[in-house]
Design a protein around this ligand. Structure first.
Ligand SMILES: [Fe+2]
Ligand SMILES: [Fe+2]
Length: 308
């Protein structure tokens, strides 16, 4: 078969926010079963497993599926620094999570792309440069930098310790994405971009209320999406971070977000919950489709269980 029309099935989920008390064991098992039953060639987790490195490691070991390609990008929660033992955000992003991924059977996309026949997977945590902010709110750049507005706080301000501004981090990651795109093998005809933060503003759901729309500024960066739009090989982006699931078309690009969120099924039906959470994505040639995609906030109306 011509490589260009080769089909590929991807299972993808993000933002599981695994509880550290062990009570998420049935949920993790259900997600694993769901992925196994889809029998994809590639399984993607788009970040926010846990701010405890030990929980992240254990979860990756439980979710690595044999005989398929397991890919990971971290989320902002994953790079929250830890005090005991001390691990900085940069330690986690640049070294520790990559090492854990390799040990547990995941390919860590921020280190280098993964090439699967004629499809390249390029990945980054992505970040925010406030380009998703709503100008009509009249909130200054300085306030976004302080991550506090009207008593509401974006918690990365307390938990991310690299001494770079959000714009500097966004620029750094954008440069790496451009580098990765420019160094893919000549045989790569299609590219899937995987990130935690969103590459397109249209993926964000605004609610015309605060602090929700203030926090929306931290969802992603339009500059990242522009890089992807300029590369004609990019046909699909898979992200997390916003806990409202969305699927849009941006020209030739299908952009999808696949978060689970902070809640757990109130009826204890983990299998049904995992089925909604894990997206079933198909690539046929340059066409992308998502089977039975669950849109919106899976946690709407369900109490949160917060990861401590
Ligand atoms: Fe999250
Ligand atoms: Fe996040």
């Amino acid at each position: 078969m011509d490589r260009q029309v080769r089909n590929l099935r991807i299972a993808a989920v993000s933002d599981i926010h695994v509880l550290s008390d062990g009570t998420d064991e049935p949920l993790i098992r259900a997600i694993r079963d769901r992925v196994t039953s889809l029998a994809p060639e590639v399984f993607i987790i788009a970040g926010d497993l846990s701010h405890h490195i030990s929980v992240l490691e254990e979860t990756l070991s439980e979710l690595a599926i044999d005989d398929i390609v397991n890919l990971y990008v971290p989320g902002n929660h994953d790079i929250w620094f830890e005090k005991n033992p001390p691990i900085s955000s940069m330690d986690k992003y640049a070294k520790v999570i990559g090492r854990i991924c390799r040990e547990q059977g995941f390919h860590y996309l921020p280190d280098e792309p993964y090439e699967h026949d004629s499809i390249g997977f390029v990945g980054s945590m992505g970040w925010s440069d406030y380009s998703f902010a709503r100008p009509e709110l009249g909130i200054s750049e300085e306030q976004y930098m302080r991550k506090e507005y009207g008593g509401a706080t974006w918690f990365d301000v307390f938990n991310v310790d690299w001494e770079l501004t959000d714009r500097e981090i966004t620029d750094l990651f954008n440069h790496k994405i451009e580098y990765d795109l420019s160094t893919l093998s000549p045989s790569i005809e299609r590219v899937v971009y995987v990130s935690h933060h969103l590459p397109f503003r249209e993926l964000t759901v605004y609610k015309n209320r605060l602090p929700w729309d203030f926090f929306s500024a931290y969802m992603g960066a339009t500059s990242t999406g522009e890089i992807l739009q300029q590369d004609e090989r990019v046909i699909l982006t898979i992200s997390g971070h916003s806990h409202v699931r969305n699927l849009i078309r941006k020209g030739r690009i299908t952009a999808v977000t696949v978060p689970l969120g902070y809640c757990r099924p109130p009826n204890g039906d983990f299998n049904a919950f995992a089925k909604m959470a894990v997206a079933d994505i198909h690539i046929q040639g340059t066409e992308v489709s998502v089977n039975d995609f669950q849109r919106g906030d899976m946690c709407e109306g369900i109490p949160y269980r917060t990861a401590r």
